[in-house]
Design a binder for this molecule. Structure first.
Ligand SMILES: [Zn+2]
Length: 311
């Protein structure tokens, strides 16, 4: 059997000194969330209950709580392009709203969607839309390859960890060929579908994607890793509970969602299909508050690229 890469060994302490201002060398668990020794289920509940009771739970141990140079990056990630059960026109309506508030974002693209009723490679209209979005400054991210659900353990659904490292390399090759043939920039960001990523699958994609995202579910599949920690060659930027359910949580926590959050990078996640169902009510108030605050992902890519040699 293949041995599993140990998560603490994947965490890059040298990068944390540079990227996150880590100075406390005595804390061996610096890369872990506070409460990181709790079972993942309880850590998820802690984040959820904290947010619902008005407490912004810190995501970093003391040594990593200050943003480097006081400059915090606030980013927005949008999942599910295309969505299997919603037409392109609805996505365009959502996108117009983000454009109106001047909120830049990374769009999670699934090039070979494998979910009925919308199965198959992106079509001409969808590719054409991506051209217009990139011209306007939207960053393309990779949201898995097919988004098809695979079971992981008893409670979780994943895509990427269902593949061997050889299969992942094949999928990456196919996706990059697709972007090349479509004259689109190949994404430097991987948004694992269902936030399902394991140490093994992260190791297998780490040379290709500078940034890998996660969420509450990856506390179980990957481990209790603090946002901004570099694992192998990828910077891990999860959206834990309050930032994953951003539009709902803004109603409860308001601006504390970003003023009291710890760490140098905050990633708000939006699922456009959820917002369509809600009639954009909660989304509009969040966008109005975030206008002028959110930076393009290019800034995050530039901040993290030079040390990796990708600049
Ligand atoms: Zn998705």
């Amino acid at each position: 059997m293949k041995s599993s890469p140990a998560l603490p060994l994947m965490a890059d302490r040298t990068a944390a000194r540079r990227d996150l201002g880590l100075t406390d060398e005595s804390d061996g668990g610096w890369w872990k969330l506070p409460g990181g020794s709790l079972p993942a289920f309880w850590l998820r509940r802690l984040h959820q209950l904290g947010a619902h009771s008005g407490w912004v739970v810190p995501f970093h141990r003391k040594a990593l709580r200050q943003p480097v140079g006081g400059c915090r990056l606030v980013l927005v990630r949008v999942d599910d392009y295309p969505r299997w059960d919603r037409p392109l026109g609805e996505f365009l309506e959502f996108d117009r709203l983000l454009a109106r508030y001047g909120v830049p974002y990374a769009l999670g693209v699934t090039p070979f969607l494998g979910i009925e009723p919308r199965k198959g490679r992106l079509d001409a209209a969808e590719i054409d839309t991506l051209h217009r979005l990139t011209e306007r400054g939207v960053t393309l991210a990779q949201h898995g390859f097919t988004h098809r659900p695979h079971r992981w353990g008893r409670r979780h659904t994943v895509e990427l960890p269902a593949y061997s490292s050889g299969e992942l390399a094949d999928w990456i090759g196919r996706a990059d060929t697709f972007y090349g043939q479509s004259h689109l920039p190949p994404p430097a960001i991987m948004i694992p579908p269902f936030d399902g990523i394991t140490p093994e699958s992260l190791q297998a994609i780490s040379d290709r994607y500078l940034i890998v995202t996660g969420g509450p579910a990856s506390l179980s599949t990957l481990g209790p890793v603090a946002p901004g920690v570099r694992l192998n060659r990828s910077v891990y930027l999860p959206s834990y509970y309050p930032h994953m359910y951003a539009t709902d949580m803004y109603g409860r926590l308001g601006k504390r969602l970003w003023t009291q959050a710890t760490g140098a990078v905050i990633v708000f996640t939006l699922h456009w299909a959820w917002e369509v169902r809600d009639g954009y009510h909660r989304l509009e108030s969040l966008l109005a508050a975030l206008a002028g605050l959110v930076v393009p992902w290019d800034q995050a890519l530039r901040r993290f690229a030079p040390a990796r040699g990708d600049a």
